[in-house]
Design a protein around this ligand. Structure first.
Ligand code: CDP
Ligand code: MG
Length: 153
């Protein structure tokens, strides 16, 4: 099934929202396939945020992402990329709809709680960036028959 990356940002760790973020994806029914804490550095952030490299605020984004370790997670489910992105909300927390993670916990465009992959193609590249193969786990997820109809999975 489809997998996607969620990075719990330093602002979420500082605000003790790690459990809340994980709880939301668990409650939705997504399967946690990988999780670890890591300290990001300039090299990986340059790669990860390459699409923003020419923007004037690039350095402040990198600084914000390096100020403490982050928690990187991999979630699996049917249409996981689309589902997680919808639960994330708009980039700017002030615009994000209440009920989304950013809409409920953020007032900022930068300090917006989580990073989530924006397409199936990006998710594959980003998961490979942050996880090695042996850090992504396949295991029997007993809830599946109660989460989906037979013909959905
Ligand atoms: O995270 P998302 O995919 O919604 O947005 P993005 O356009 O891929 O930007 C990546 C991250 O850069 C955002 O989550 C913000 O933390 C930061 N950013 C910012 O600080 N100011 C902006 N004008 C745009 C993005
Ligand atoms: Mg993005």
């Amino acid at each position: 099934m489809e997998k996607t990356l969620v990075i719990i940002k330093p602002c979420a760790l500082q605000r003790a929202l790690t459990g809340e973020v994980i709880k939301r994806f668990e409650q939705k029914g997504l399967r946690l396939a990988g999780i670890k804490m890591m300290q990001l550095d300039d090299r990986i952030l340059r790669e990860h945020y390459a699409h923003l490299a020419e923007r004037p605020f690039f350095q402040r984004i990198k600084d914000s992402m390096m100020i403490t370790p982050v928690i990187v997670t991999c979630w699996e489910g049917k249409d996981a990329v689309k589902v997680v992105r919808a639960m994330t909300g708009s980039t700017n927390g002030r615009d994000a709809v209440p009920g989304t993670i950013r809409g409920d916990f953020s007032l900022s465009v930068q300090e917006n709680i989580i990073h989530t992959s924006d397409s199936v193609e990006t998710a594959a590249v980003e998961l490979a960036r942050f996880f090695s193969d042996d850090e992504i786990f396949a295991y029997n997820y007993q809830s599946l028959p109660f989460l989906y109809a037979n013909d959905e999975i």
